[in-house]
Design a protein around this ligand. Structure first.
Ligand SMILES: NC(=O)c1ccc[n+]([C@@H]2O[C@H](COP(=O)([O-])OP(=O)(O)OC[C@H]3O[C@@H](n4cnc5c(N)ncnc54)[C@H](O)[C@@H]3O)[C@@H](O)[C@H]2O)c1
Length: 407
């Protein structure tokens, strides 16, 4: 199915940028919100993105105006009568999303695809609340959407093949990299990031290393930024919310550091509040070391544990192996998602966690995880699929076969 016109519901941080991306590709897009002030703020933000291109000499003012003219900001549904796809980017609450789909069913033609930009809610549940479960799908952009290349495409249990093909083609026409991910909590990127981020928090909380030391070590490893800088950028409230959801869904394997909760309670949300793990010039803030000290006293931690890069990266590899075990995505797509989604590299090469494991050796990863399990608990337990690969002598590059086939 070809997309001639699109709709976006919610003109906040994500919705406005998604509308900009669609207009940039040359398609008309209706941008709907319930709040005039948010709509104006969203349009200003879109204008600023285009203006920046003009200022850098990458676009002339006439083209900018043509692109802006493709966007119709509105508080009403009138112009949704001929949209081929709608992407909802309203707040992350199932009741709000379902209410929006209810309105969309009345406003759009029967064949319109309903896509959701949800970070963690169930696509299948949204589909079941509509008259067209076969046309409901997740289309998860990353923040900032006008920069980030990855789009996770998530079919629900009843989503039709044609809808998947349409959305993959649409994402490509927006010059994005679509990766199809079967529905699971956190989808792919957030699911793989969470054990890594949690472990960074636990290392800090247990005095294994400082935030700066951990961040520097991870940049040295090949991450574009360390876990604490990443959390400060994304917002500790978001990391906290996603962390809680994934801990509920996956249990002990995703147990979160109590430090995230403390920072969240103290309103230290990262860059947006002026202070998080790092201070962004607000002055007069409680030193992070004091908060860590309080947590340690509360938990009775007297001896620091040991930090290592493996302690953070290997649980991410283990989670990626679990995704393979559950058929969430192919090895190539998992690696592509982590490279395009968070900019992962290894020794200067843009490769993802499964290819990294193939290089290190799956036996080394499994043995190290077992040693960490002995020391720190069951969250490090190598998954069944990883152990199976080791038994089959699929150890990676050194045996010619690992998570990826044939070296
Ligand atoms: N912020 C991120 O980093 C990020 C990244 C990926 C996905 N997401 C997801 O994108 C969605 C939107 O997140 P956001 O950060 O843009 O939120 P936001 O709070 O910035 O924007 C939400 C917008 O929706 C509007 N809105 C509320 N109810 C509405 C309704 N009934 N109809 C129309 N508009 C309505 C609000 O006025 C607001 O403008 C969420 O599902 C979130 O999980 C967010």
């Amino acid at each position: 199915m070809y997309i001639f016109k699109a709709g976006v519901v919610g003109a906040g941080a994500m919705g406005a940028e998604i509308a900009q991306v669609i207009s940039y590709s040359g398609l008309p897009v209706v941008l709907k919100d319930v709040d005039q002030a948010m709509l104006e703020k969203g349009m200003k933000h879109i204008q600023a993105i285009y203006q920046n291109r003009v200022d850098r000499g990458k676009m002339d003012v006439h083209t900018m105006q043509d692109k802006l003219d493709l966007i119709e900001p509105t508080l009403r549904y009138d112009s949704f009568e001929d949209v081929d796809i709608v992407i909802e980017a309203v707040p992350e609450r199932m009741d709000i999303k379902k209410a929006v789909f209810e309105e969309l069913m009345a406003a759009c033609p029967e064949g319109t695809v309903f896509a959701s930009n949800t970070s963690a809610l169930s696509i299948s549940e949204m589909g079941a609340a509509t008259d067209r479960a076969d046309k409901v799908i997740g289309m998860h952009f990353f923040n900032p959407a006008h920069v980030m290349k990855l789009v996770e495409v998530i079919p629900g249990l009843d989503t039709g093949e044609e809808t998947v093909d349409t959305v993959v083609g649409f994402a490509e026409s927006l010059r994005k990299i679509p990766v199809v991910v079967q529905e699971c909590p956190g989808f792919l990127v957030n699911r793989l990031l969470m054990p890594y981020i949690n472990e960074a928090g636990l290392c800090l909380q247990e005095g294994a290393a400082s935030a700066t030391e951990i961040d520097e070590a991870m940049v040295q490893f090949g991450m574009p930024m360390g876990p604490f800088t990443l959390m400060d950028m994304t917002g500790i409230d978001i990391a906290h919310d996603v962390g809680q959801t994934l801990a509920q869904e996956y249990g002990d394997r995703m147990v979160s550091s109590i430090l995230f909760e403390r920072l969240f309670e103290k309103g230290r949300l990262g860059q947006k509040s002026g202070v998080g793990f790092y201070d962004y010039g607000t002055g007069e803030t409680e030193p992070l070391a004091d908060i860590i000290g309080e947590v340690q006293a509360e938990l009775g931690i007297t001896t620091p544990t040991e930090f290592s890069v493996e302690r953070l990266v290997f649980p991410m590899i283990n989670e990626a192996a679990l995704c393979l075990q559950e058929n969430i995505a192919s090895p190539a797509d998992i690696d592509m998602a982590m490279v395009a989604g968070i900019g992962m590299t290894y020794h200067g090469e843009r490769i993802g966690p499964l290819a990294i494991a193939d290089r290190i050796g799956l036996d080394v990863v499994a043995n190290t995880l077992e040693a960490l399990q002995e020391k720190y608990g069951a969250r490090f337990r190598p998954c069944r699929y990883l152990r199976l690969k080791v038994r089959a002598n699929h150890l990676g590059e050194k045996t010619g076969k690992g998570f990826h086939e044939a070296y």
